[in-house]
Structure formats: structure tokens, C-alpha cells
Write a protein that binds this ligand. Structure first.
Ligand SMILES: C[C@](O)(CO)[C@H](O)COP(=O)(O)OP(=O)(O)OC[C@H]1O[C@@H](n2ccc(N)nc2=O)[C@H](O)[C@@H]1O
Ligand SMILES: Nc1ncnc2c1ncn2[C@@H]1O[C@H](COP(=O)(O)OP(=O)(O)OP(=O)(O)O)[C@@H](O)[C@H]1O
Length: 273
């Protein structure tokens, strides 16, 4: 069985409170974008191992046991009698980019195992398992545009569509640690909730729909702030960093010509929403 975990961008991101458990409460809109990994699971026979993992494409730091697809397998194995499996993962989503690549893989693995072995877990039950994998994972279970609060695991479906717009996603060769990015933020509730701002036309989002990480991340890595300005110079209606970075995206009425000439040596992906 094969599935295609997609990435996400954040439309606005306000860090509202520091929690006793060290995590932060936030408000954001998660929006799926179809840069996709590929994930396949087949039975592992003739082996004394419980799992085998083969990763293709972008390499992932850490041991196989640290990979979120393996953590998802063991999470379900604690409750269900799962057979040994062979996992094939093709990585196309840039890692450590603020695009939820690893988080998506983990969530899609939960859904794949649920279907493949008929575990009959509901989406709500899968979201509880996903929250144990990481803050960005629960969103990928239903995988629809949604307003999120809490640590990113409390959802309110919203009616928003960016259909017809083009998105240009760029990522410089800069790794931003999510943990460090959070530690530099002074949490505060926004004057106006993203939930309201997002209902206004995209043309009104610039300077209103804010990602709270940008101030400290741009101060630490000025190149990322400059890349955002270049997105506007290229004609973006709205541009922002996604998550804790370092990826950025711009929304356009038409595809950008030759973005590789503007953003040399960057990861670049462009598509219609
Ligand atoms: C910034 C976002 O990408 C917005 O979508 C997410 O909140 C980050 O989600 P994520 O990368 O899945 O984060 P995790 O891997 O769960 O956590 C990494 C680290 O980020 C910090 N963290 C994460 C999420 C959150 N709501 N509060 C936090 O303080 C914690 O120090 C945590 O140890
Ligand atoms: N399947 C995987 N794909 C990518 N990274 C993985 C995976 N499994 C574990 N990781 C680890 O998780 C870290 C963060 O992964 P992920 O891609 O979710 O973060 P991100 O791109 O910063 O997105 P966000 O910050 O929005 O969650 C990576 O640096 C990597 O070490």
C-alpha cells in the first residue's frame, strides 16, 4: 500500500501563551500544499527484524528509530498486534523547513497502517495518536484547511479556498531549529484573530496576517527576510515564512517566470492551489 504525504503552510501564526509543559499555545491556519513524499509499506518476511526502513531522496538526520514513520508504527504496535513491515520512504518535502514534512509522514503512516491492517480507528482517535508524534501531526489526519489553536491540535474547520492562485515555495540552505525559534518569542494574543483576518481578501493580508516567528528568525538570518521582500518584488499578493522557517511562500495571480534565476541555490516549488 502506498500513500503520498503532503506538506503544509501556515497562513498566519500567533504564539499566544507559554504552557506549563514547556510547549506554547498558538493560533494559525494550516493549509495543505501538494509537495509530496511517497510512503509504502509491505510485509517483512524472512527476517528477525520488526521493521526495515529505506529512505530515498533528501536524507534524514537521526537513526531509523527516530524517523516519525517508525515512531508511528511502534505507537500503534503498543496497542495492536502488527506484523513486521518493510517501509519505503521517498523524501521530496524539504526537512526542517516549517512545512511539516516529517510530521506529515508520521500522520500518513498512522492512516496507512489503520487502513492496511483494518484497525478501525476513527479520525479523532488517529489525531490523539498523531499528537503523541508531534505538534504538527494531528492536522494531517483530516488534512483540510483548518484554524488551529492549542499546541496545533485543537481544530475549527474554516471555509477558505485559495483555488486559482499560484503558490511559489522557496527554501534557502538554512536550518532553523523549531525549539530555538519558540524560545525567542514573547507570547501575546493578537489584537485581531487570524480567524477574522483570513476572511478578508488576500490583497488585504499583507501587514495584517503575521507569522510571529519572522521578527526573530529574520534578525538571526537576514537572508530569509530579504527573500520575502524578493517574493513581493516578483509580484506576490501575499508572502510569508511558513512555520518556524526557513521556507517562505508567495501567493500570485500567475506563475512566476524563471524563479530559479531570482532564488539561486534555493529549493523551489511552484504550483496552482
Ligand atoms: C511551528 C509549527 O510548525 C507551526 O505549525 C509547529 O508548531 C511546530 O510543530 P513541530 O515541528 O511538529 O514541533 P515538535 O517537533 O512537536 O516540537 C519541537 C519543539 O518545538 C517547541 N514547540 C513546538 C510546538 C508548540 N506548540 N510549542 C512549542 O514550544 C518545543 O520546544 C518542541 O520540543
Ligand atoms: N520522515 C521524516 N521526514 C523528515 N524529517 C523527519 C522525519 N522523521 C523525523 N524527522 C526529523 O524531524 C525534524 C523536523 O521534521 P519536519 O519536517 O516535520 O519539520 P519541519 O519541516 O520543520 O516542519 P514543521 O516545523 O512545520 O513541523 C527533522 O529535522 C528530522 O530530523
Amino acid at each position: 500500500m502506498i500513500v503520498f504525504p503532503n506538506a503544509k503552510i501556515n497562513l498566519g501564526l500567533n504564539i499566544t501563551e507559554k504552557r506549563p509543559d514547556g510547549y506554547h499555545n498558538l493560533e494559525t491556519v494550516f493549509y495543505p500544499v501538494h509537495i509530496e513524499d511517497a510512503l509504502e509499506v509491505v510485509p517483512l518476511n524472512d527476517s528477525d527484524k520488526e521493521f526495515n526502513l529505506q529512505v530515498f531522496g533528501t536524507s534524514i538526520a537521526g537513526n531509523p528509530e527516530d524517523n516519525l514513520v517508525v515512531k508511528a508504527y511502534y505507537l500503534l504496535k503498543e496497542r495492536f498486534n502488527l506484523p513486521a513491515i518493510s517501509i519505503f520512504l521517498q523524501k521530496n518535502i524539504p526537512s526542517g523547513a516549517g512545512m511539516g514534512g516529517g510530521s506529515s509522514d508520521g500522520a500518513f503512516m498512522l492512516k496507512l497502517l489503520n487502513d492496511k491492517f483494518s484497525l478501525n480507528l476513527s479520525d479523532d482517535e488517529l489525531e490523539v495518536f498523531a499528537a503523541k508524534l508531534g505538534a504538527d501531526c494531528p492536522f494531517f489526519i483530516k488534512n483540510k484547511p483548518t484554524f488551529a489553536t492549542g499546541t496545533g491540535n485543537v481544530f475549527l474547520e474554516i471555509n477558505i479556498s485559495l483555488k486559482g492562485l499560484y503558490i511559489l515555495i522557496i527554501k534557502p540552505e538554512i536550518f532553523v531549529s523549531t525549539r530555538d525559534a519558540f524560545s525567542l518569542i514573547k507570547p501575546a494574543f493578537p489584537e485581531k484573530s487570524i480567524k477574522e483576518i483570513i476572511q478578508s481578501p488576500v490583497e488585504e493580508w499583507k501587514d495584517n496576517l503575521i507569522n510571529d516567528f519572522e521578527k526573530s528568525v529574520f534578525a538571526q538570518y537576514p537572508e530569509i527576510g530579504k527573500a520575502k521582500e524578493k517574493l513581493y518584488e516578483a509580484g506576490a499578493i501575499y508572502a510569508s515564512m511558513s512555520g518556524s522557517g526557513s521556507s517562505l511562500y508567495g501567493l500570485f495571480k500567475a506563475p512566476v517566470e524563471n524563479p530559479e534565476l531570482i532564488f539561486q541555490d534555493y529549493f523551489i516549488w511552484q504550483g496552482e492551489l
